[in-house]
Design a protein around this ligand. Structure first.
Ligand SMILES: [Zn+2]
Length: 251
């Protein structure tokens, strides 16, 4: 990750600081004019900026929802049906941007992945390229077992193997199934607790953003980014593991 990627999203003027309405010339709000109500051309901004938010992860979702509905009403293409073609086009673009921004920011995981994307980290691409590589080389996709799960995963894989064999031989082992079911519940609890762990890093990130105004905190931010990536990868690992367990149980 380059330093420029890290500084890229840092305080910049919001569009309303610099633009006036194309129609009446008044100072406009970001997406529509406060004085004549006309929809304004979309400005290429990130989703946080679209909602006038700083790039922080603790988001007041109720407030976000409220501004989503307010903006939806003002930007909706149907309401602007009698406007000129150009304005209607802007209205459609703004509405679609609004929907994407809202869907991304209201969801804790999507919001985090999006912030990481703004910081130059592509989680999905990392995973996709690993899958792609596994497909072309015929290797099994390498997944690093999170150190805190090593023992459990080893144990669980042995049990799953045993269960597969049992099923193949048409044998029944209720105790084994019960044991695997118990481990699955523990993994599901782990999955939930990883979200809580992620949230504790949100708070670290937000504090670093606040401090950034006074001093350069890019090293600190890089460290928090690393921790968030780690939690998300562990969470994906646990999710895949639960999926594997379900597949064997239901086979
Ligand atoms: Zn205006």
């Amino acid at each position: 990750m380059t330093k420029s990627a890290l500084t890229a999203i840092h305080p910049k003027p919001l569009p309303e600081d610099t633009h006036s309405c194309w129609s009446c010339g008044s100072m406009r709000a970001a997406h529509f004019c406060e004085s004549c109500g006309k929809v304004q051309p979309p400005v290429p901004v990130d989703y946080f900026t679209f909602f006038g938010l700083p790039p922080k992860l603790n988001v007041d979702v109720a407030a976000l929802e409220k501004s989503f509905y307010e903006l939806s009403r003002k930007l909706h293409p149907d309401l602007n049906a009698r406007a000129g073609t150009q304005e209607q086009e802007w209205s459609m673009e703004q509405s679609s941007l609004l929907n994407d921004a809202y869907r991304t920011l209201k969801d804790p995981i999507k919001r985090t992945a999006y912030l990481l994307h703004l910081e130059g980290v592509e989680l999905e691409e990392q995973s996709k390229s690993a899958t792609e590589q596994a497909r072309t080389t015929g290797e099994i996709k390498k997944q690093i077992v999170p150190p805190d799960l090593l023992e459990e995963v080893f144990e669980l894989n042995m049990q799953l193997e045993e269960l597969r064999m049992n099923k193949k031989m048409g044998e029944d082992d209720p105790a084994l199934i019960e044991e695997i079911g118990k481990q699955k519940l523990e993994l599901e609890a782990k999955y939930e607790s990883l979200l809580e762990e992620l949230k504790s890093f949100w708070t670290e990130w937000d504090a670093a953003i606040d401090r950034n105004l006074a001093s350069d905190s890019s090293e600190e931010r890089t460290a928090v980014i690393g921790k968030m990536v780690d939690v998300l990868n562990r969470r994906n690992y646990v999710r895949n593991l639960v999926r594997d367990v379900n597949a064997v149980l239901e086979s």
